[in-house]
Design a protein around this ligand. Structure first.
Ligand SMILES: [Zn+2]
Length: 151
């Protein structure tokens, strides 16, 4: 079946960014299109995975590299919102092989037979991981201070 629903409008629908008339149109299409319901399910699952992933560990080197790429991002031209894993590796300026470590827990989903990730989710994921690492480091320092201060 030939779907009128583009990836972009589906993504905007998931994010609640569509105007009401378009939201209704997407909902009506989804009601009659199992293919798009599967696409939608994959996207929502990716968002759920993202929240899970924020609690896990990832190497500091990868985060550092990703953060460096992101802070340079303003100088870069248009990068599409949906990236294949290869594009994501190139976007983060890490080796494609290093992408394996990240991809295992990234909010990836399958579209047209290839694994992909949303760029905004990639950024969100990096930011969450950074916060988690900072918190872990701070609470480690705090407990050391308490331990040595009490002696
Ligand atoms: Zn459809």
């Amino acid at each position: 079946m030939n779907c009128p629903l583009t990836d972009d409008s589906l993504l905007n629908y998931v994010d609640g960014d569509l105007p009401p008339a378009q939201t209704t149109a997407v909902q009506e299409h989804l009601a009659g299109c199992p293919t798009c319901r599967r696409r939608l399910g994959a996207l929502e699952q990716a968002d759920a995975l993202l929240r899970e992933a924020a609690r896990e560990d990832v190497s500091a080197g990868l985060l550092h590299s990703a953060r460096r790429a992101l802070s340079d991002e303003t100088g870069v031209g248009h990068v599409s919102e949906i990236l294949t894993l290869e594009e994501a590796a190139s976007f983060l300026r890490i080796e494609p092989g290093d992408m394996d470590e990240i991809a295992a827990e990234l909010p990836v989903f399958e579209l047209a037979g290839r694994y992909r990730v949303r760029r905004s989710k990639l950024l969100e994921w990096v930011a969450q991981r950074e916060r988690a690492q900072t918190q872990a480091r701070l609470s480690g320092e705090l407990s050391r201070q308490i331990a040595s201060g009490g002696a």
